[in-house]
Design a protein around this ligand. Structure first.
Ligand code: GCO
Ligand code: MG
Length: 408
């Protein structure tokens, strides 16, 4: 069996999905996701300029060797752009493998450990009252886990993931007004004084069963994060995410010494080498890599297996950052992983998105049920894809009130 061709498509409904399609001489094709928010053209050109010409003629069943060929063979290893490109190839090769075997991917991993995988939704509000309304809607829809973010009184601009006005919506992942980022102003002091009380009010209103998650989005220093983690303990969070910037891994030791709040990290990690210390030293409770930019199923499965040895559960990244192809790859891992925790999930299910990526995967009552179709179980409609093209966009940047650049 040989790879005969591969194509990359960039675009989608209100989102620049980077979709790879690998064709074989047996008529079977595989699909993969290389979407890297606001840098989408870069994995796309790495694929077209370098990786695809080197894929032609290879046997697609040798997904491990192909992974090693690109990762080791690059000499300059890793990084989000390259890993997203390898991630897409690897997903597509697993998709082909599943189609050859006529089995859904979770069967190739070891079968199902559960029927449905718990997902968490993103509740958000311009203020706490607005956030409570948003949480209530998700609870009514059957979600068992909700991430909560709200505006902080006195903060000069809306905070991370927070709309400007009550009941408003904000695309905080990509601002499509252009390539130059807008600026948010941040004040850690105001946040630290307000948020622990707000989380406690949410806990009191929704009772002990709701799983409440909160994302600090890398904005505190290690000392601040330790103080914050300690002060949110009464709210009994399911997790506190990215309390500090991910590069400084010793910060997690400091936080651990001061608090037992469960910590989730890893959405910006690309390799097992960025996770192994945190996992082996049991400094985190959930690992948040995404199958797309952590190098695909082959590499992420290694991370999941390592995590299982250390009581670390999965909480794969899944904001609208990824296409339904990545979500499907993660859904198959979620169905299998003995150490599954929760899956981040934002409603991708617009009619336009479903038309572009048809599938039988089912999200209902806050649970994701993986389909039994062979491979990833998601298709890609090329005629639909012609409706879309690349739209330049950017994440906001963050500055402190005196102008100092901070972490988005
Ligand atoms: C999350 C994330 C994302 C990121 C986004 C950046 O927990 O879902 O923090 O929303 O902000 O992926 O592109
Ligand atoms: Mg996050």
């Amino acid at each position: 069996m040989k790879i005969t061709d591969a194509k990359v498509f960039v675009g989608g409904p209100k989102k620049n999905y980077v979709t790879l399609k690998i064709y074989t001489d047996q008529g079977i094709y595989g699909l993969g996701d290389a979407t890297l928010n606001n840098r989408e053209t870069l994995p796309a050109s790495y694929l077209t300029d370098y990786l695809i010409p080197n894929l032609i003629g290879l046997d697609p069943r040798n997904s491990e060797d192909i992974w090693q060929l690109f990762y080791r063979g690059a000499y300059f290893r890793g990084g989000p752009i390259a890993m997203a490109a390898y991630g897409a190839i690897d997903m597509a090769l697993w998709d082909i493998k599943g189609k050859i075997a006529d089995l859904p991917l979770y069967q190739l991993f070891g079968g199902k450990s559960r029927d449905g995988a718990m997902v968490y939704a993103h509740a958000t509000g311009a203020d706490l009252e607005d956030l409570m309304d948003s949480v209530a809607c998700y609870v009514e829809d059957g979600y068992k886990a909700v991430r909560v973010q709200c505006g902080i009184p006195g903060m000069p601009t809306a905070g991370y993931a927070v709309p400007e006005t009550k009941g408003g919506m904000r695309n905080y992942i990509t601002d499509y007004s252009g390539i130059r980022p807008s600026t948010e102003i941040w004040d850690s002091g105001k946040y630290m004084r307000y948020m622990p009380g707000a989380l406690m009010e949410i806990r009191e209103k929704f009772g002990p069963e709701l799983k409440i998650l909160h994302d600090v989005h890398h904005r505190l220093t290690p000392r601040e994060a330790a103080e914050f983690a300690k002060s949110v303990e009464p709210a009994d969070l399911y997790w506190l995410e990215d309390p500090t910037p991910a590069e400084d891994q010793d910060a997690l030791k400091f936080i651990r010494r001061h608090s037992t709040v469960p910590i989730a990290i890893g959405e910006v990690f690309n390799t097992i080498w960025q996770c192994n210390k945190l996992i082996e030293q049991e400094l985190v409770d959930f690992i948040r890599v995404a199958v797309t930019y952590a190098g695909g199923i082959t590499h992420v499965k290694r991370i999941v297996d390592l995590a299982a040895l250390h009581h670390v559960r999965t909480g794969f990244h899944g904001a609208p950052s990824h296409s339904p192809l990545c979500m499907a790859a993660q859904a198959h891992l979620n169905a299998w992983a003995p150490n599954f925790g929760v899956q981040e999930y934002l409603v991708l299910g617009t009619p336009e998105c479903d038309a572009l990526f048809p599938s039988e995967h089912l999200m209902t009552n806050g649970m994701f049920y993986v389909s039994d179709a062979p491979g990833l179980g998601v298709d890609f409609d090329e005629a639909e894809a012609e409706r879309y093209s690349y739209e330049p966009g950017s994440h906001p940047i963050v500055r402190l009130e005196d102008g100092t650049l901070w972490n988005y």
